[in-house]
Design a protein around this ligand. Structure first.
Ligand code: MTE
Ligand code: MO
Length: 463
């Protein structure tokens, strides 16, 4: 590839550690596979087949050593869809795998997040699906059953729930701090969250129909997105959650067939629980005494003690996998369409309506885990000394089944706005009086997961 730089085998040899990154020479190319190695420990040679990690060429004289290697170069990402207008709606955090978070102004512009604005969090490529051959396998150690896409839709009653989905890494960027250090992972601002109507069949109905609800401790889910050694994305939830709650095998999002980025043809939707368990492109469900044996269940999506500064310093088996979300809120309006992580002080021009009414409108979202409803959301203009009650927009939902998010609004009269740049902080409380910590200091963890500290923006009014 003529546009890429040339690296010698000696250059490649310098990149074999976490600090310098992992490089690989294969045929005439040089590949930086650091991001792959991070989530596939021990999987170095597998990546030989992934062309997009290529960063350069080997000099002619050094190519021969690699020439006997005749494996095909396949781009696993060839089935990722075209994503039109993505930069209008998203801050794109990575292209391959594709990770895009919704811009804050889009988040609060409707109670249901439109599919084309809903965040996308892929750990690998979007898999190829042939719907005529597609089968969902369901079983335990003794038996395995299978359902086609049509079987699933025809044989079981359909349900629709409104539920938020939030990545455990949402707001990770806010967890970086001077004392404890920079957290590792995709640097999300406040947009790795969305709220949608999900339609599908109840996982509990399907389990019961095969008599799979009598034993086992965990329900494991696996997706069609597998690396070349057939390790697939996977996660699990406790069986109690699967049997007692509105866990869906979903085929629609906002009343439309799932898009490929959101898991076509079927995805799991586990309401109230971190997004990582809502497995997309699901093709295998296993009832077991054990949790799913995947990297994302066993060695990621765990809140490590704050003393741990290198994730590999700890035996992950002793740390529980995150399930229920915590109580969360964020300010989404006013906001800039430039990357939220980079804005220090936001310059705001009040809209016409606000000018007429001599006020500034503030909006955001709030959500709690495990089906707990939001009780209140408050904002403070004086660094938390006094608090103002916001107006909530929320659904009436059954007790312990509040899966939807809450949107909130507050109008600050112009007369109450401090003249200099000023801070707005928001915080939410759920119906169990769980509330958010004032800073991320006490909940800091090296992977930057579950940041639900008070959200703050600094702004000044442009006259
Ligand atoms: N399922 C599969 N098969 N592969 C994935 O990479 N990512 C998970 C989850 N399900 C993932 C997956 C994570 S970490 C999150 S937060 C949600 O999907 C994101 O769902 P979305 O992309 O539809 O917003
Ligand atoms: Mo996630």
């Amino acid at each position: 590839i003529p546009t890429l730089p040339t690296y010698s085998m000696a250059d490649v040899a310098k990149h074999t550690t976490k600090e310098n990154g992992y490089w690989l020479a294969f045929r005439d190319g040089v590949y930086d596979i650091s991001s792959f190695v991070e989530s596939h420990p021990g999987g170095k040679q597998i990546l030989k087949t992934v062309e997009h990690y290529r960063i350069g060429n080997l000099p002619l004289g050094e190519r021969e050593a690699n020439e006997n290697n005749q494996e095909e170069v396949i781009d696993l990402f060839q089935y990722d869809p075209e994503r039109l207008n993505a930069i209008e709606n998203f801050f794109i955090r990575s292209e391959k795998p594709y990770n895009a978070e919704t811009k804050p102004s889009m988040l609060i512009s409707s109670f249901l997040t439109p599919v084309e604005k809903f965040y996308i969090r892929n750990h690998m490529h979007v898999p190829f699906v042939n719907i005529n051959q597609y089968k969902l396998e369901i079983g335990n150690e003794k038996s395995t059953y299978s359902l086609s896409y049509d079987d699933l839709k025809d044989k079981y009653q359909s349900y629709t729930i409104t539920s938020a989905l939030q990545c455990a890494g949402n707001r990770r960027n806010g967890m970086n701090n001077e004392q404890q250090g920079t957290v590792q992972g995709t640097q999300w601002y406040v947009g790795a969250i969305g709220n949608a109507r999900w339609t599908g069949v109840k996982l509990s109905d399907v389990l019961k129909s095969f008599d799979l609800d009598k034993e086992g401790k965990h329900i494991q889910f696996f997706g069609l997105d597998c690396d070349t050694s057939q390790r697939c994305y996977g996660a699990s939830i406790p069986i109690e959650k699967a049997l007692n709650d509105d866990v869906l095998i979903a085929y629609k999002m906002n009343d439309e067939i799932l898009t490929s980025d959101h898991g076509y043809p079927l995805r799991i939707l586990v309401p109230g629980i971190v997004g990582a368990r809502s497995v997309k492109w699901v093709n295998r469900i296993i009832v077991s005494d054990k949790e799913a044996d995947s990297h994302w269940q066993k060695a990621d999506y765990k809140v490590l003690p704050s003393s741990i500064k290198q994730p590999q310093q700890i035996d992950y088996d002793n740390v529980p996998a995150i399930q229920e979300l915590n109580v969360q809120s964020a300010i989404c309006y006013p906001a800039s369409n430039d990357d939220g992580n980079k804005i220090k002080i936001l310059s705001v021009k009040p809209n016409d309506d606000d000018i007429k009414n001599r006020r500034l409108t503030i909006k955001g979202y709030a959500l709690s885990g495990g089906g707990r409803q939001i009780h209140n959301v408050q904002i403070s203009l004086d660094h938390g000394k006094t608090w103002l009650q916001t107006e909530l927009e929320q659904l009436a939902q059954p007790y312990m089944r509040a899966w939807s998010w809450t949107l909130w609004t507050y109008h600050i009269p112009f007369n109450d706005i401090p003249s200099k740049p000023f801070d707005i902080i928001c915080r939410a409380m759920d119906t169990h009086t769980n509330s958010q910590p004032d800073t991320p200091l006490g909940i800091w963890n090296i992977r930057g997961l579950m940041n639900n500290a008070w959200h703050k923006i600094s702004l000044q009014i442009d006259e």
